[in-house]
Design a protein around this ligand. Structure first.
Ligand SMILES: [Zn+2]
Length: 210
């Protein structure tokens, strides 16, 4: 991680800083794109029914989508600091409205270890850490899981639920966090794994929903 931030520093000496949401030069996330990320969390429904309420910070598209892709695909892990702050504000908002209890822990949705290594870190995990809210990466998708892009919703659910590994336990209420909520297959499978181990999942929160 240290070496990586040193490398990042060198890259910034060479390349101008550009906005992770629109590409405009001059800042990591410009004022206009920051505004996109300021929307309060909203309740959303997924194709696969969930046993917990699901919230999203906004529809997947525009500056929000580009910011997420910048983190996931383009190595812009510096953006996880900003998204972490947004995540914290969203949780405080949900606590204020009584949607989640005061003392919660965040659990990032599972990612494969191999993917994470390739990308230099899981952005969802890093954003959870940057939020300052207690968090633990206790779910992982085993490397054997098939790429789910070309599977139907039902196939996805089958594919995912058999491949999530539990790496630890958390006492107290949990909010599951993911970057893009689509069919809800990953969420449903993750909740099932946590609940079957006796853990208390109270809500899920996505950076976006599609
Ligand atoms: Zn921008």
């Amino acid at each position: 991680m240290k070496l990586q931030s040193i490398a990042q520093g060198f890259i910034e000496l060479i390349l101008p800083i550009e906005c992770g949401g629109c590409g405009e030069a001059g800042s990591r996330l410009c004022r206009k794109c920051r505004q996109v990320w300021e929307a309060p969390p909203q309740r959303v429904s997924t194709r696969i029914q969930q046993h917990i309420p699901v919230y999203s910070l906004g529809a997947y598209g525009g500056a929000r989508a580009k910011t997420i892709l910048s983190m996931k695909e383009r190595g812009r892990l510096d953006l996880t600091q900003h998204v972490g702050a947004v995540l914290r504000a969203a949780i405080v908002n949900m606590q204020f409205h009584g949607h989640v209890p005061e003392a919660i822990a965040l659990v990032p949705a599972p990612t494969t270890r191999r993917n994470e290594r390739l990308r230099g870190g899981d952005p969802v995990h890093l954003a959870c850490e940057a939020s300052g809210i207690p968090s633990a990466q206790i779910l992982r998708t085993s490397a054997a899981a098939r790429d789910s892009a070309d599977l139907s919703a039902a196939e996805r659910k089958m594919n995912i639920s058999g491949s999530i590994e539990l790496l630890g336990m958390i006492d107290g209420p949990i909010v599951l966090v993911d970057d893009v909520i689509t069919t809800g297959a990953t969420l449903a499978a993750s909740v099932a794994v946590l609940q079957s181990a006796g853990m208390n999942v109270v809500a899920a929160l996505g950076f976006s929903h599609a």
